[in-house]
Design a binder for this molecule. Structure first.
Ligand SMILES: [Fe+2]
Length: 236
């Protein structure tokens, strides 16, 4: 949702539309999670680009007097897996709002046991709470490895709203949610067309799918992350 930082929003105006659109769907808090790739960016340049992007957005919010029409927000990152990441002090700078929570994107190539070991090490060695992004994209990976992540009580599992909305996968998504295998929902919104804010739609599907009782857990996890953020909302 941050403007002109990665493959997401192309402009401040698009970001503002995404934020007011999210608000209209009932979203009250947003975590901005631009992509971080260790092989393409240093943490320092990433953090600087992210701060500049936020500055552009905040100038736009003020210029359009939209303060009351957008959700509160904090900064995070979607950190792509890299070997050795469990020993990287840089990870602490990439957490969500300075909290202990960090969003990690697993590789799309074939998973190896060492990759899952590395993720487990992040909580053990660095003391961080790992959130695995869009679990639905990995369901064709080695089942045992996926299961290790899903069943680890210290790891939170996130899925995108799309997993529920896409007819082909709705049943699977509801089943995983009901089994307690999904802890957080993300919009994965990148723009206002193909990947527009869609959490409201997913919530309606969850209610219609008789999985409404799971929403309390999802909300509580979101609240926990927000309330453990040490940086002030928007204060970067
Ligand atoms: Fe991703």
């Amino acid at each position: 949702m941050l403007p002109r930082i990665d493959d997401g929003s192309k402009s401040v105006d698009m970001s503002l539309e995404m934020l007011t659109g999210s608000m209209a769907q009932g979203v009250r808090s947003v975590i901005f999670t631009p992509h971080f790739y260790a092989d393409m960016d240093s943490p320092e340049t990433f953090l600087r680009r992210r701060a500049e992007s936020l500055k552009r957005l905040e100038d736009g919010i003020r210029a359009n007097s939209l303060e009351d029409q957008i959700p509160e927000y904090i900064l995070g990152a979607e950190v792509h897996y890299f070997r050795g990441m469990s020993r990287s002090q840089a990870l602490e700078d990439l957490t969500i709002g300075g909290s202990s929570y960090i969003l990690i994107e697993m590789p799309f190539r074939n998973w190896q046991p060492q990759m899952v070991d590395e993720i487990m090490e992040i909580s053990r060695v660095l003391g961080l709470n790992v959130i695995i992004a869009h679990i639905e994209r990995y369901l064709d990976q080695d089942r045992k490895l996926v299961k290790r992540l899903i069943e680890d009580p210290d790891i939170l599992i996130q899925s995108n709203a799309e997993f529920f909305i896409e007819h082909r996968t709705t049943r699977k998504a509801l089943k995983m949610l009901t089994k307690g295998q999904i802890d957080l929902l993300g919009s994965d919104s990148h723009n206002m067309t193909g990947r527009a804010p869609n959490l409201g739609e997913a919530v309606e599907i969850i209610k219609a799918g008789k999985a409404e009782s799971q929403l309390g857990r999802i909300y509580a996890n979101g609240v926990r992350i927000f309330s453990s953020a040490t940086s002030e909302v928007g204060d970067y």
